[in-house]
Design a protein around this ligand. Sequence first.
Ligand SMILES: [Zn+2]
Length: 346
Amino acid sequence: MGMIVNGRNVALDARDKSSDIGFVSHAHSDHTSGVSKGKDMLASKVTADLIELRKGVSAKCLPSMHATKLLSAGHILGSRQLFAESDEGYSFIYSGDYQMRESLVAEPIETRSADVLIIDSTYPYRDVKFEDKSEAITSIQHYIDAKAGKGTVLFGAYALGKAQELVKIANEAGYTPAVSSRIGAINQVYENNGVGLEYLSRKKDGEEFASESGRSFVGVVEVGRLHETAQKISDQSGRRVFTAVATGFARTYNMHVDVQFELSDHADFSQAVEYIGQCSPKVIYTYGSKESQRVFARNLSEEGYNAHPFFENYGQGCLDVRAKLHAGVGVKQANQRESSHTSSSV
Ligand SMILES: [Zn+2]
């Protein structure tokens, strides 16, 4: 997936050999396939640091390019949207993963208006509505308070982003969690970039929590290792281990843990509508899995937006902002939307 800006082919979170440069919105692995050693990439410095840590690849990071600007996306530390403007004055935004609610451990999102918006469709359904973030945080803190005296509270989380948010949430309730070595290394990058986190990092792989043996504590481990680690801690300490996850999918899937909290670093449908309102695009393209792009575009169209799945229009190819707007498709349909809103409000 890509975008042509003033004749330059910019790959968007994707591997594309024909591209002139790649934009990498953030360091989650499903967005870094285009990163390779020595190749220029448009990304924040934090993203470059996190990619070096996680992939061992030191890419050449360009913080900006002619006619482009990186805007905070609010998703994880260092996450950015790409704003670009053609010489003719047409503008576009590629959202990457984003959220409108402020995270305890990421920069708040910056929005601006653009003619074309390419938007993430992780949560395309109207009926998925996240609970208020501060309520989710309070629920997590109350659970830790209630269980910490009775045994260990062990969270399973994505190592990058969610784990740091959980450490911060625990810190604000007065706890210093023990974390796995991999999460500890990522925490260090957060700290180097001004996010204060209190945690105990266990260095030896697979033995991270052994030194906690015989006492209760709060821990954070990669979600894929949650059950195995909980069993190990329980065997070593002889005490109860309460397992917990914090995810936007808490109400969608049963993760077979003691408690699942709804805590997302993405936008739900109503946040997406809020975001689109601030971008006021003439044309919207949804991207993600084919199914989610299609559902999201349909639901946005039903709300009156001029929205289309990216892949149906461009496949894995590039969108040329100038050509699309010259065709006049978006402008016409955006006007129709304005008039339909006017008539319904009368
Ligand atoms: Zn992400």
